[in-house]
Design a binder for this molecule. Structure first.
Ligand code: 5GP
Length: 139
């Protein structure tokens, strides 16, 4: 299927829709998930037009993984979580709801259940405060 340039993450990358940004370089962008499954839930996207892992070339996959690891380390430090989950869904059957490839970076703690996927909107002020901690941990 052709890439949909009007998906929400494409708009965020082009600066046409807002996001609470934590990191950006020439090839990737990381920002807070507006419906977090846990406090600190961050998304990492490549700037290339790609719907799923099958549409990314090897170089862009490497850029995406490099940023995902960098952001994961910062989220772990900022949130002081015991564990951290990475998730990446390909296709509707796998649960993908936004048609631009992304990694979910989700802090996990013993005994804390995972929030429901894309269910309740977070307060923007709170997201800004968490993002500030993650940006500080990125150094
Ligand atoms: P997927 O289901 O495609 O793996 O994940 C999409 C994620 O994007 C969900 O966790 C959802 O909460 C998040 N999301 C949906 N719309 C927006 C938006 O407009 N801004 C941000 N920052 N996150 C979004």
């Amino acid at each position: 299927m052709a890439y949909d340039p009007d998906n929400i993450f494409a708009k965020i990358i082009r600066g046409e829709a807002p996001c609470v940004k934590v990191y950006e370089d020439d090839h990737t962008l990381a920002f807070m998930d507006v419906m977090p499954q846990a406090d600190g839930h961050t998304l990492v996207v490549p700037k290339a037009d790609a719907e799923s892992i099958f549409d990314l070339d090897v170089e862009m996959t490497a850029c995406l993984m490099r940023t995902t690891q960098k952001v994961a380390k910062a989220v772990k430090k900022a949130l002081d979580c015991e564990g951290l989950m990475l998730a990446q869904l390909n296709g509707r059957a796998a649960g993908q709801t936004v048609s631009h490839i992304h990694f979910h970076v989700i802090p996990r703690n013993d005994g804390a259940s995972l929030g429901l996927h894309g269910r309740s909107m977070a307060d923007t002020k709170h997201l800004e405060a968490v993002a500030e901690k993650i940006r500080a941990a990125l150094g």
